[in-house]
Write a protein that binds this ligand. Sequence first.
Ligand code: HEM
Length: 257
Amino acid sequence: MNWIITFLKSSIGKKLLMGLTGLFLCTFLIVHLIGNLQLLKHDGGMAFNTYAVFMTSNPLIKFVSYGLYAIILFHAFWGLYLVSQNKKARPVQYAAYNGKANSHWTSRWMGVLGTMILAFLVFHMWGFWAQYKFGEVPYTIYERNLATGEITFANFEGEIAGKMERYISNDTEFTIVKDLYVVVADAFQELWIVILYVLSMGALAFHLVHGFSSSFQTLGVHHKKYNALIKGIGVWVFGVIIPILFAIMPIYFKFFI
Ligand code: HEM
């Protein structure tokens, strides 16, 4: 047991915890993105709302979510601690410090970018996650014609037990569900929120470009054969595709809905 503590106290052990938690968060981002892409379906939010019920009711996913919150907090505060330790270890700045020559600017800015993402997350979870869990979210009733697949929907004024109820009657499937889609759609009508999201996705992009390949280096995966692939995934998947797809969502609701 002692060797684990000694290892985690070493500088490589400390970095390893950052790398492993960072890679877990990268996996979460992919799942979150795929789920959120349902916001772009033309079904009045039915697919997204039923997905949100599944993600917040399934016992296994609920359990993983609590781990996710803990890992987000750990990754953020451990990262800030490591930045402060690095600064302490070098109390006197180099007289002729030439950061550019020593490291890419994103690596020097990881702490700042990470703090921006944490601030974004607090705002984001307050706006959507907390509203869904504790706020007053309206219910919508969807009627899907089982023969044609056509979907119509309207506000639901009555009461149901829980987040969703579904039943079939006369070739029509009725789904009454808590309407998180409308909460998202309303938030993205505000231009300042759209701008904040787009800028935050910029910070996320730079954070991930550096963080993704850096975590593999810490894990010791450093081989000619894989370096280009890891760098490519870091830049194109986590630095370009994922942030752009996330940023498209607020832009879509503001300007195309
Ligand atoms: C602009 C695109 C985004 C949209 C539309 C969006 C939407 C949502 C919604 C509706 C929720 C609440 C429902 C749920 O728990 O699944 C949520 C939760 C969450 N979002 Fe996002 N999100 C976006 C981007 C992001 C990004 C970039 C991150 C991370 C940097 C993130 C991190 C989270 C976390 C950690 C939760 C709580 C998840 C859970 O409870 O399991 N989101 N998001």
